[in-house]
Design a protein around this ligand. Structure first.
Ligand code: ATP
Ligand code: MG
Length: 412
């Protein structure tokens, strides 16, 4: 039997409804904060991601990269920010800051698939470009919190926050961390040993149990912050307090890439094991200039929709569907036009293709229709149909020209 590619999954209608509902909520909440949707291609020149940092986990081992037929190096996007920043530069938007974007779409990473970790997954995210003040960090965090609240997911999810400080503080810290970890070099997981040379901060994010033990006593960012960075972080926290947004400080939250600075945060659920981070973000002031644009500040986050759907308990009802059930040849020949007219009026109509009354009634139930419009020769003569509420079984007679009015009144 044909199987989907490892790490990909099909979204059958019930799941599609959940994805769509969560994505719609995120779009509406982003809109409330003045963020507009942007969509970039799912593939970019590989150089866009390489410029983000060749040492990053995502770029070194997780990308789907290939040469297209014209010999161009192409990468399926592993995350959304780089492409959006590329679009800002390509479209000459860097003069129009602040820019506030929302996006939603599939991402691709060559990872070891497990629950909540796929090779194609969907992210929603926001980017705020051109705001260097702590207010920017607070705004995107508030947006994230309101989004999770809106989809009913605040219970069991906590906001963890850290600061990486500015470039100067971050460099000081990196040196201290490398000095500390060097003593344990051989005890680190092979992956972290490589990171120690290439991207040591990312070790803080290791999921290896032994690495985690070694990290228990490692230096913490807070001891290496200069006054400016201290101030920035204190300001972010003060404003979060003001909004009543609760958080815990977690000194081990990092974003892997060099251009990240100041605030880093994650919304973490304790129900998904190592895949507990449902939303992650931070400040990336150096990114746009690294991509060849001007020196603009940026802050944003991305949430894994697949993980949010795993946590969402409620299933989403199908939209209300109405089955038309003609009995006999004359009715059969009128049903097509009736279905079309009612669809024109905005109703969702299922017109069975063939079969007896009882077969069609069964089908109407199995497709989850809420109402059936039943008519045969007698009904055509009297110009009245029978409309049955398929949940209660109650049935009423309705004049042909009142079918739409009747159903509309029942549905609202
Ligand atoms: P993790 O530590 O779980 O690997 P990450 O740091 O690589 O996550 P980000 O790059 O910050 O993740 O992506 C933001 C969010 O996207 C994550 O918090 C998660 O919800 C989701 N995500 C990331 N990778 C995957 C994946 N392979 N499958 C499903 N969701 C993912
Ligand atoms: Mg990852």
């Amino acid at each position: 039997m044909l199987q989907p590619v490892r790490g990909t999954h099909d979204l059958l209608p019930q799941e599609c409804r959940q994805y769509r509902a969560i994505a719609n909520s995120s779009r509406l909440i982003a809109q409330r904060y003045g963020y507009e949707e942007i969509e970039t291609p799912i593939f970019e020149f590989s150089s866009v991601f390489l410029r983000m940092g060749e040492a990053s986990d995502v770029v070194t081992k997780e990308t789907y990269t290939f040469q297209d037929r014209g010999g161009q190096e192409i990468t399926l996007r592993p995350e959304g920010t780089a492409g959006i920043m590329r679009a800002i530069i390509s479209n000459g938007l860097t003069q129009k800051t602040p820019l506030k974007y929302y996006s939603c779409g599939p991402m691709f990473r060559y990872e070891r698939p497990q629950k909540g970790r796929y090779r194609q997954f969907t992210q929603v995210g926001v980017e705020l470009v051109g705001v260097a003040e702590p207010l920017g960090d607070v705004e995107v965090i508030a947006l994230a919190e309101q989004f999770l609240k809106e989809i009913g997911l605040t219970k069991g999810i906590s906001l963890e926050i850290n600061t990486l400080g500015d470039q100067e503080s971050r460099n000081l810290y990196r040196t201290a961390l490398v000095t500390y970890l060097n003593d344990f070099r051989t005890q680190l997981s092979p992956e972290s040993q490589i990171r120690l040379d290439l991207n040591p901060l990312r070790i803080l994010d290791s999921k290896d149990v032994n690495d985690r033990k070694l990290l228990e006593n490692c230096p913490v960012f807070r001891d290496y912050l200069n006054a400016e960075s201290e101030d920035f972080f204190a300001n972010v926290l003060k404003k979060l307090d003001l909004l009543g947004i609760t958080y815990t400080l977690n000194y081990q939250i990092v974003r892997g890439l060099d251009y990240y600075c100041h605030t880093a945060f994650e919304f973490v659920s304790h129900q998904l094991g190592a895949q507990g981070t449902v939303l992650a973000g931070g400040r990336y002031d150096g990114l746009i200039s690294q991509l060849g644009g001007p020196n603009l500040a940026g802050v944003g986050w991305a949430a894994g929709l697949d993980r949010l759907v795993l946590l969402a308990e409620k299933s989403i009802d199908k939209p209300c569907l109405i089955s038309i059930i003609p009995v006999g040849d004359t009715a059969e020949s009128q049903a097509l036009q009736m279905a079309q007219d009612l669809r024109q009026e905005g109703l969702n109509i299922d017109l069975g293709y063939s079969g007896s009354l009882s077969k069609r009634m069964k089908k109407a139930n199995s497709v989850g229709a809420s109402w059936a419009v039943i008519f045969g020769d007698d009904e055509i003569k009297s110009q009245k149909v029978a409309i049955r509420d398929l949940k209660s079984g109650l049935q009423v007679e309705v004049a042909f020209d009142k079918i739409s009015d009747y159903l509309q009144s029942k549905i609202q």
